[in-house]
Design a protein around this ligand. Structure first.
Ligand code: PGA
Length: 245
């Protein structure tokens, strides 16, 4: 797997017209010498549409969520088996909006993480501290807890074939980015903790065309998980073109 990534998390934004335009702009202006993998994560209802639109392009597809069962009486949920039907390759698990707004526990996130892998999807495991936690000096403790929860009842290779995204909650959608040094410090901590130098660790939280270069050139930052700026093709393409650094 290519070890640098720029992934756009569209969250609950867009409609058929804007999404079609966004994908067409991305495909028409996609760089040829790209040295990172680029994927988009549309709202689930648009996954079939985007899957069709990106066929034969360099763009990859992922989902923002899944439920850890192949099928059953789980109203409103979507399984890994369903995502596979539309060539999804990646899936977010543990995004802070799901942890905090939808109250998903570490344990539930861990179930989704393992189920995603069993479904041949690459989970993008999001971890990150709130502002209060950072101010109390609890950043590494919180991240350790979030990461350790997926290692319980798992084998030694738990962090193979996955991506980790460090997303400080205070930086998501706030315009307040972690400085490259702050992010690097946490990324280096994560790399040591998981003891796997090949697992890509992305930074997320108000990444934009202006700050991407300084963040991505840090040794332990392997790319970005981009929210707001991924909805604008010009901005997203600028971020993608940060590679090769
Ligand atoms: P943001 O979102 O880039 O809008 O801060 C990042 C994310 O939530 O993944």
């Amino acid at each position: 797997m290519n070890n640098k990534f720029v992934i756009g998390n569209w969250k609950m934004h867009g409609d058929v017209a804007t999404i079609t335009n966004l994908i067409q702009e991305l495909i028409n202006n996609f760089p040829t010498n790209l040295s990172c993998t680029c994927a988009v994560l549309p709202p689930s209802i648009y996954i079939p549409k985007v899957s069709e639109l990106i066929k034969n392009s360099e763009l990859h597809l992922g989902a923002q969520n899944l439920y850890p069962q192949d099928d059953g009486a789980f109203t409103g949920e979507i399984s890994g088996k369903m995502l596979n039907e539309f060539a999804c390759k990646y899936v977010l698990v543990g995004h802070s909006e799901r942890r905090h707004i939808l109250h998903e526990s570490d344990n539930f996130v861990a179930q989704k993480f393992h189920y995603a892998k069993m479904s041949n999807l690459i989970p993008i495991l999001c971890v990150g501290e709130t502002l209060t936690e950072r101010e109390k000096g609890l950043t590494t403790e919180v991240i350790t807890r979030q990461l350790i929860s997926v290692t319980e009842k798992a084998n030694n290779n738990v962090f193979e074939n996955c991506i980790i995204a460090y997303e400080p909650v205070w930086a998501i959608g706030t315009g307040k980015t972690a400085t490259p040094d702050q992010a690097q410090e946490v990324h280096s901590f994560i790399k040591k903790l998981i003891n796997n130098q090949t697992t890509p660790i992305l930074y997320g939280g108000s990444v934009n065309a202006e700050n991407a270069h300084d963040l991505f050139k840090k040794p332990d930052i392997d790319g970005g998980l981009i929210g707001g700026a991924s909805l604008d093709p010009v901005k997203f393409l600028k971020i993608i073109k940060t590679y090769p650094i």
